[in-house]
Design a protein around this ligand. Sequence first.
Ligand code: ZN
Length: 223
Amino acid sequence: MLKNKYKSLLITILILLFLSIQIISAKKLPLSNIIITIDPGHGGRDPGTSYNSILEKDINLQIALQLEKKLINKGATVYMTRRSDVDLSSIYDSKKKRGDLYRRLLLIKENKSNLYISIHINWYGNANYHGAEVLYNQINKDNKLLAESIMKEFNNNLKSNRKIHTTDLYMYKNTTVPGVLVECGYLSNYQERNLLLTEDYQKKLSESITNGIINYFKLITKS
Ligand SMILES: [Zn+2]
């Protein structure tokens, strides 16, 4: 009997020890206690931009799923506005695109996100244009800081020659939650199109975005 008591006491102590180690290690991660909503652009009835059978919505989702893994590894709580090939419009929406974007905004707010990241792919008539870039709306003073922080990673790690821009698109001017629109590259550029389709490059993009987010939180906690 006494032996059993010692046994269960020992097991309880070991469980408590294990749990406290888990809590301590979780606290050390740079994005612990941070809630991030990832918004893979387009989906379902809305393919976004395209090149033959290559659709923006598919690449957006692939990059977003890579980004989700990286952010979770750094301790963040991550939500996605979509995890499959769907759009968020309802059968009752007279304007489907607006309904889709409106529900993405609602999710960002409902998730109590500390920030959101919209993932898109660019297109331009001049096929020489290439490089990942970040767009932001001035509704929130932190948006520019986040955009600069991610852009720096794209410039340094992906050799992007592009820079940040402002955007007045519906989605970005209608939420005060800090966030940016990431245009991961140009589908209209031959080399970049091929890169964007590879898992390796999708991982590199995700890593740059994650590092940019970590640096952003370091900057805002300092100021
Ligand atoms: Zn797009």
